[in-house]
Design a protein around this ligand. Structure first.
Ligand code: AMP
Length: 488
């Protein structure tokens, strides 16, 4: 789920943020408890807020809050209220200028057919244009999220059945999305026609589960059944699961950045284990960009599997030269400018014994604004590294994502302004190399990028946007909606 406003990244918080994670259960007595656990496993996809809506015998129960899943759903008072055999949940990383409770998902609305809860990972690229039309026709929006557009399109649809209304609404929407939704008797799951964002189906006893990633099935002991197919709408009710493909067939363009960074390494995404893929990426990087060094050091945690792959391919020792503090929450980093500035230091510290006097190869998954790399390289020098060589397990990120990954504006992406040599100077390394786009494709798709028909969405790396950016072409979105946000 994304908002319409281009992210206003706080100074010092240079990291792009993934939109969200979604989860749903149908037909289990402990639907909400399982949803809370599933969301906990998806916490890496969004740390700002979380919510669950359950359905129990005529009533929808909701709990949504800012904060982490473990904090929000640890209270028995909260969980006791979330009764029922069906539930949908969401973890969110705000992609709007501000975080407010009314934007926290799942969103819920009362329709002529009854209640509907909806949770969304992704971004509607014509969300603002649709919103403007809907507002002209009298719709009154409660949030600044693009997700709410779907609710209004469903409410004003001339179709009767919920499934038909949803299809009618989705056919008007362009963008990248994985959505789960729930009425009093049905759970829905749908992926955009290109399948940019992930969504999987699992079973737990006799109940059905939908989740952004398989790690959320593992945590509740659910069995992975299959990915929801691109453009597929699955409908789960008392009769079981049926599926429709309401969109014209399109070429599959799964987000390659899920493999590079987002997905948890223990997830199996689109048939491939993320951990294995990351190790393969590291091995490709070692073949493409070897360097004489004494030790390979990962930037934890996301650089670790690629660093292992690099070390093993290059036959160089692997060592944990950086320790990461896992107890640094965002709320701790954000409150004051002074503390924000310390961000990377709070999170990482050099393990001197592995660094001093050695020629090191630092491996990280990506460089976005360059803040992390600059500080880590400085830390390595201070710890006495003889040489610091940086190897990045992805091609340069030179373009923003409009499909649900909250990257900064293009101008703030280091690789949009500087070439590799200039970046090396800017971050202070002895040498720098990125994985090539073909190397990335060899490690993920098993073959070079097919430039005529690319196997993935790699817009952030190639500038090739497979879904029209209608709102961006339209312009003027940020001012209008950020004004609205300020009134909250
Ligand atoms: P930067 O400091 O802006 O160059 O950010 C690069 C760091 O951010 C790398 O260590 C990545 O592991 C990490 N990173 C990449 N993508 C994301 C994301 N979507 N959310 C949070 N961190 C990310």
């Amino acid at each position: 789920m994304a908002g319409f406003v281009r992210p206003a990244h706080p100074e010092g918080d240079s990291r792009p943020r993934d939109g969200c994670g979604v989860f749903a259960v149908f037909g289990h007595v402990d639907a909400s408890a399982h949803t809370a656990l599933g969301l906990h496993a998806l916490q890496h996809r969004g740390q700002e807020s979380a919510g669950i809506v359950s359905y129990d015998n005529g009533h929808f129960n909701t709990h949504r809050s800012l904060g982490l899943v473990g904090d929000i759903f640890s209270s028995p008072n909260v969980m006791d209220r979330l009764t029922g055999n069906a539930a949908v949940g969401h973890v969110r990383y705000s992609t709007t200028g501000g975080t407010v409770l009314r934007n926290v998902q799942p969103l819920f609305a009362e329709f002529s057919f009854g209640g509907l809860a909806i949770a969304h990972n992704g971004n509607f690229t014509n969300g603002y244009s649709l919103r403007r039309e809907l507002v002209k026709r009298g719709s009154i929006f409660q949030s600044t999220t693009d997700t709410e557009v779907l609710i209004h399109l469903m409410a004003t649809s001339s179709y009767h059945a919920v499934e038909d209304r949803m299809i009618d609404a989705l056919r008007q929407i362009e963008g990248a999305y994985s959505i789960v939704a729930m009425t009093n008797d049905t759970v829905f799951g749908v992926r955009d026609p290109l399948g940019v964002r992930p969504l999987v189906i699992g079973v737990l006893d006799d109940s059905a589960v939908l989740a952004s990633e398989t790690c959320a099935l593992d945590i509740i002991g659910a069995e992975f059944v299959r990915d929801v197919r691109p453009g597929e709408l699955v409908v789960i009710d008392a009769e079981g699961l049926h599926s429709v493909s309401p969109f014209p067939a399109a070429r599959h363009r799964f987000c390659v950045f899920e493999y590079i960074y987002f997905a948890r390494p223990d997830s199996v995404v689109e048939g491939a284990g993320v951990y294995e893929i990351r190790k393969r990426i590291g091995a490709e990087l070692a073949r493409e960009a070897p360097v004489a060094a004494d030790v390979v050091v990962p930037v934890p945690d996301s650089g670790t599997p690629a660093a292992m792959g690099y070390a093993s391919e290059a036959q160089i020792a692997f060592d944990l030269g950086i320790t990461r503090n896992h107890y640094i929450g965002r709320t701790f980093i954000e409150p004051t400018d002074q503390i924000r500035h310390l961000g990377v230091r709070l999170k990482h510290n050099a393990n001197r014994a592995s660094i001093a006097g050695r020629r090191i190869v630092l491996v990280d998954d990506s460089i976005v604004r360059g803040t992390t790399s600059t500080k880590i390289v400085e830390m390595m020098r201070e710890a006495g590294a003889a040489e610091v060589h940086m190897r990045i397990a992805s091609p340069p990120i030179a373009d923003s994502c409009y499909y649900g990954v909250d990257t900064p504006e293009k101008e703030k992406l280091l690789a949009s302004r500087l070439n590799v040599e200039e970046i090396a100077t800017a971050i202070g390394v002895d040498s720098l190399a990125y994985l090539s786009i073909d190397g990335l494709y060899r490690a993920t798709a098993g073959a070079n990028r097919n430039d005529e028909a690319p196997q993935f969405c790699d817009a952030c790396l190639s500038g090739d946007y497979p879904i029209r950016l209608i709102d961006q072409e339209d312009g003027d979105i940020p001012t209008q909606l950020s004004l609205l946000m300020e009134q909250v």
